[in-house]
Design a binder for this molecule. Sequence first.
Ligand code: NAD
Length: 355
Amino acid sequence: MKYSIGLLRGDGIGPEIVDSAVRVLRAVGEKFGHEFVFTPYLIGGAAIDACGQPLPKETVDGCLASDSVLLGAVGGPKWDHLPGNLRPEKALLGIREAMGLFTNLRPAKLYPALKAECPLREDIVEKGFDIMIVRELTGGIYFGERGYREGRYGEEAYDTERYSRMEIERIVRVAFETARKRRKKLTSIDKANVLETSRLWRKIFHEIAAEYPDVEATDMLVDNAAMQLVRNPAQFDVIVTSNMFGDILSDEASQITGSIGMLESASLSDCKRGLYEPIHGSAPDIAGQGKANPIATILSAAMMLLYAFDLKDEAGAIVAAVEKALADGLRTADIARGGAAVSTDEMTDAIVQRL
Ligand code: NAD
C-alpha cells in the first residue's frame, strides 16, 4: 500500500524527532512492503521566518490532501515577543480546526523498563498500567457561551458547558472503536450526579454501548476517577470523557508515566485522517544538541499506522522495538537518571535495528 504523510517538523527539537520517526517509518515500510511518501510543510516559527505567518495556506491545503500528518513541535524564545495571533503556537489551534480534529487520544503507559520513573507507590507500580484517554476536543465548556456581567453581588463571570447529541455520539463511537482495538474495556467519565450535560452524555453512552456488546462499558464520576487514576490505574483500559475533564485527567495520567519525552498522542477527525504528535513541546533548551528523546514521536508514528491506516502488525512492531531498546538499557538523557545516555540518532538506530 502507498500512503501520503504530511510532515510538520516545526521548531526546536521538532525537526530532529520527526526525522527519527521518518527513519522508523521507512524501515517499517521496507519490512512490511508499504510505501510512505513524505511531504514537508512549514509550521510555527519556521513558517514565520520563511513567510511571516505561523500557518501558511499551503500547509493547511497540504495537510488536508495527505492521508495523515505527523507533527514535531512548535515555538521557542525567538518568537515569544510576537502578538498572540502571530505566535507559532497559534498554528496548532489553526491546523486542528482546519482538519476538524474533535478527538484527542492520549495514551498513558508505564514501560516496565521505566518503572523507577513512576511517582506512585511500589505495589501500584508493580501492577503497571496502560491507559488510553479519549478526550472530546472541540466542544463543552471551552467552546460554550461565556462572558462578564453585573450580578446580584456585583461583577461576575460565567462559562457554559454545552454538548449536542451529535458531538457526544461521535466521540463515544471513537472510544468504543478504540476499546475494540485494545482490551475491550471502556470507562465513561462524567459528573452525572450534578450536570445535565453529563446526564445526556451518560444516556447516549449507554445507547451506543448496546451496539458494542463485546466491549465492557462502565461509568465513573470524575472526582472518583481522579482518585482511581493514582490509587489503581491498572483498572483502566480506555477512558472517554468531555473536553475539560479530559484536559485535566490526561495531564494527571501523563504524570504517572515518568518522562514527557515518551508520550505520544493523536488528534482525529471524522475521516481517518488525523494529526499525530508527541505531547511535549519544542524543548529549545536541548534543540540541535542530539539530546532529544525521539520515542514520543516514534510512538506517535505507530499510532498513525494503527488509527489512520489500520496497520496493526506494523504499529505493534514499532512498539515492540521501542520496548526492546528500553529493556536493553538504551536511554536518552531525560530517562538516564544521570547514567550513560545515547543521542537521538543512537536511540533511533537502536529502534530501527530491533524492528
Ligand atoms: P517542553 O515540553 O518543550 O519542554 C519541557 C522540558 O522537557 C524541557 O526541559 C525539555 O528539554 C524537556 N523535553 C521535552 N521534550 C523532550 C524530549 N523529547 N526529550 C528530552 N527532553 C524533552 O515545554 P516548554 O519548555 O514549556 O516549551 C517550549 C516551547 O514549546 C514553548 O515555545 C511552548 O510554547 C512550546 N510548546 C509546543 C507544543 C506543541 O508544539 N505541541 C506543546 C507544548 C509547548
